[in-house]
Write a protein that binds this ligand. Structure first.
Ligand code: NAD
Ligand code: ZN
Length: 359
């Protein structure tokens, strides 16, 4: 079969590899019908995340049709499904308490470490899925494979980021429509955070990025863009003048860079919340001290999105969210090497890439 495989930093290849077969107990083999390229795929691609074994099939966003199942799997061959980006056993304390991302046996698709442990990814024609019944979700007939791909990772993650912020402000006495939220980073996940914040009812939304076209997309999704020439601090203070100009009630950090987290703490008001889903694959530490957090009564939320715990909800929301418009490229999987390079450089207006493994 054909797959995109990781070779080394800055090199992904489109290759012929052995097709997964002979599903073991609890496993399914899924015929992939659509798969996504994610900002998280860029961390190993850039060499910022280390330890990925060369030859690993890339990607953790995919949807398709069950081809074959092992013993004990109740999903039937032929079922249309989407996967969450990490596997979930469905049984452990975390899986049964809405935190599938901390499942005791969770594996990130597309991550096989140097000792050979892990699971191959979904940027392929077929993928082996452990814990199939509790990692895969059946797609209703009116939900497309693309929507399933977005629900399995980026839509759920953006929604999770916004929802954490709203939950943290529950005791503020303010209703969502009174709240000001700033989204830092308007890549695919940040744009999903804008869409998620809008669905949760946040009344005032601002978006920050360095790339103008991404800010324009944030605007289309309902946020006011803060352009690179504008001073974000002054802009957000002015935008919250009705509340004393103290700053944003919530800042969503969706970059994974020290500067973005630093800016989040500058823009949030005392008593506000910084909700971060960016993967901080750097060694620069945390931009504020416990004392600074204390002196502003800041709530800080972060972590890997429990996508499997949220997927039933996000599958319902994804088509209403307007987020499909962020898909800028629908291309055959054979274009993967070129798409990784362009996405990394933010070239050609690239925003969200969906691959067709059969195109
Ligand atoms: P991306 O790289 O496509 O987007 C990042 C955006 O941030 C870009 O548009 C870039 O221009 C902008 N940016 C960079 N530095 C900035 C700065 N200092 N200030 C403002 N904007 C800045 O990535 P993505 O796919 O949108 O993902 C965003 C982050 O979310 C990544 O770190 C990714 O790994 C992470 N992620 C986390 C989870 C989770 O479960 N927590 C899931 C998926 C992705
Ligand atoms: Zn992802």
């Amino acid at each position: 079969m054909k797959a995109a495989i990781f070779k080394q930093p800055y090199e992904v290849a489109y290759a012929d590899i052995a097709r997964p077969s002979d599903p073991q107990e609890g496993e399914a083999i899924v015929r992939v019908m659509a798969c996504g390229l994610c900002g998280s795929d860029l961390h190993p691609y850039r060499g910022a995340e280390k330890g990925l074994q060369p030859g690993t099939v890339c990607g953790h966003e995919f949807a398709g049709v069950i081809e074959q199942v092992g013993a004990g799997v109740s999903l039937a061959p032929g079922t249309r499904v989407a996967a969450s980006f990490t596997t979930a056993c469905g049984q452990c304390w975390f899986c049964t308490h809405s935190l599938s991302s901390r499942c005791k046996s969770a594996r990130l698709f597309g991550w096989i470490d140097e000792s050979g442990s892990g699971v191959h990814g979904g940027q392929a024609q077929f993928v082996r899925v452990p814990h199939a019944d509790t990692t895969l979700v059946g797609l209703p007939d009116d939900v497309s494979f693309e929507e399933g791909v977005l629900a399995g990772d980026i839509f759920s993650t953006g929604y999770f980021c916004a929802k954490n912020a709203l939950n943290a402000l529950a005791d503020s006495g303010l209703s969502p429509c009174d709240l000001t939220v700033v989204v830092i980073g308007c890549g695919p996940v940040g744009l999903c955070a804008v869409a998620g914040a809008r669905m949760l009812g946040f009344g005032h939304m601002y978006a920050i990025d360095r790339v103008e076209s991404r800010l324009q997309m944030a605007q289309q999704l309902g946020a006011t863009p803060v352009y690179p020439g504008q001073n974000p601090d002054d802009t957000i203070k002015a935008a919250t003048a009705h509340n004393g100009g103290y700053g944003a009630d919530a800042v969503l950090e969706v970059v994974g860079a020290y500067e973005a987290l630093d800016l989040s703490f500058q823009l949030v008001r005392p008593g506000g919340v910084v909700s971060s889903v960016g993967v901080h694959a750097h060694d620069r530490g945390f931009p504020v001290s416990p004392e600074q957090l204390y002196n502003k009564n800041i709530t800080f939320c972060s972590g890997r999105c429990p996508a499997r715990s949220l997927m039933e909800e996000s599958i319902q929301l994804v088509s209403l969210s307007g987020i499909l418009q962020i898909i800028s490229h629908r291309v055959p999987l054979s274009h993967a090497p070129e798409m990784y390079a362009k996405f990394e450089k933010q070239a050609d207006g690239i925003l969200k890439v969906i691959f067709d493994p059969w195109g």
